[in-house]
Design a protein around this ligand. Sequence first.
Ligand code: C5P
Length: 233
Amino acid sequence: MNKDVIIALDFPTKDETLAFLDQFQGRKPFVKIGMELFYAEGPAIIREIKTRGHKIFLDLKLHDIPNTVKRAMSVLSHLDVDMVNVHAAGASAMMKGALEGLTRADGTRSLLIAVTQLTSTDAETLKNELLIDTPMEETVMRYAKNAADSGLDGVVCSPLEARKVKDACGEKFLTVTPGIRFADGDVGDQKRIMTPERAGQSGSDFIVVGRPITQAADPVAAYERCCKEFLGQ
Ligand code: C5P
C-alpha cells in the first residue's frame, strides 16, 4: 500500500461522521475509525464507510490474553478493513494469536500493526507511572522488534521514531504515525509531535491526523495541505 494520509474520524455518531465525509465530495480519504465511533455505532459504520469507497484503519488497539485476541481478530477479519491493530505491550504470543485470528481461510488478511508507546506518553509518565526505567526510545524499538519477529506488518509510533524503527526492522516494515501537527497549529494533548512535511522525510508510511483536520475551519483544505506537505503533491 502506498504512503498516505489517514484521517482519524474521532466523532461520537454516524451522522456527524458522514456529514464530515460528505464535505470531501469526490475524494475518498483513507480513514481511521477508533473506539468512540465503533462502540457507538458498531460494525454497521464500517460497512457504510467501506461502501462509500474509503480505505479503513480500524483502531481498536486490542490488548488481552492471546486466545481472546485471536478470537476477536477472527470476528474482525469478516469486516474486511484494510488495517487493524493491537498493543505490542500484549507481547509476542498475543501478537501471533492476533495474526492467526485475522488470517481468513483463503490466506488473505488486513494489515496488522502494533502500537508501541502511545504518543501521549512521555518519558516522565513512563518512568513515574508505568515504572518502566528503560528509556522511551529503547522500549519503542524493542516493542517494534517484537512485532516484526511475530510477523506483524508494522507499528504505530511517534514520527520521531519512524526512521529508527525502519533501520532496525527493515524498510518494508510499516510505520504509522499519529502525533502530527501543522507548524502553526495547536498541539493539544500530544507530546511527541512532528509536522506532515518532516514526517514525510522521516520514514513515516502513513500519518494519522485527527484534530488538525477534523477541527479545522476548512477540513478539506487542511486535508489537502497535509497531503501536499506529507506526499509532496
Ligand atoms: O487529533 P489527533 O491528531 O491527536 O489524533 C490522533 C489519533 O491517533 C487519535 O485517534 C488517537 O487515538 C490516535 N493515536 C495516537 N497515538 C497512538 C496511537 C493512536 O494519537 N500511539
